[in-house]
Design a protein around this ligand. Structure first.
Ligand code: CA
Length: 219
């Protein structure tokens, strides 16, 4: 999914972003409150990781501005260990969860996945579509019990479609989900990913909804 990482410590931001990218997420970085506000206004993120102590202000200002305009984008706040009042203020302001620095990258990823699952209303850690089984925590796909190797982008397309299989997702929405700022996107990139997914998973795995986009099918 497309995520925004708001963090002014460059080393930490880079390590977290690399970990999220390795799990097939597209990650945009913002090192200031101003950049984070601008990114959140222009892009629909699946989740925002929000550091509270930013060089130009308090990360809570971003959370409050989202909630004030009725934007329910999940927010995972990140605070230092000794700042209990900040965590409470964050949860009170509408954060979905918090993480205490220093944290383990695997725990961060597990919390991100758990929040996304809650937002989707999915209580189980897997998704099934006929013979197809998706395990989002591991970015793993099985067809008839056998592992299918996907590229990160292929996984990202399938992840987005399968999160809400009742919805049709446009090509533009898929592009926004799969590619972060600054990544080069060929004009037919999504069609190529979809056609490779169909080759690997069966033609029926993804349906084309003419004039609208794509929808999850059944393998
Ligand atoms: Ca900071």
């Amino acid at each position: 999914m497309r995520l925004l990482m708001v963090e002014d410590e460059a080393d930490l931001a880079g390590a977290v972003a690399d970990h999220l990218r390795a799990a097939s997420h597209a990650v945009d970085l913002a090192a200031t409150l101003e950049d984070a506000m601008a990114a959140a206004r222009t892009t629909a993120y699946a989740l925002i990781l929000l550091d509270l102590r930013l060089p130009d202000g308090d990360g809570l200002a971003l959370l409050r501005s989202l909630r004030d305009r009725g934007d329910a984008t999940p927010v995972l706040i990140v605070t230092a260990r000794d700042r209990i009042t900040e965590r409470i203020a964050g949860l009170d302001a509408g954060a979905d969860d918090y993480l205490v620095k220093p944290y383990h990258l695997d725990e961060m990823l597990a919390r991100v996945i758990a929040i996304l699952r809650r937002v989707d209303g999915n209580r189980t850690p897997e998704r099934r579509f006929g013979a197809l089984r998706l395990l989002p925590a591991a970015a793993r796909v099985e067809l008839g019990g056998a592992h299918v190797a996907l590229t990160r982008k292929e996984w990202a397309v399938l992840d987005r479609l399968s999160r809400r299989p009742d919805l049709t997702v446009s090509r533009a929405e898929l592009e926004d989900t799969v590619y972060a700022f600054g990544e080069e996107v060929e004009s037919n990139a999504i069609e190529v990913h979809v056609s490779r997914l169909r080759a690997k998973l069966g033609r029926g795995a993804i349906e084309t909804v003419r004039g609208f986009g794509y929808r999850m099918g059944r393998a």
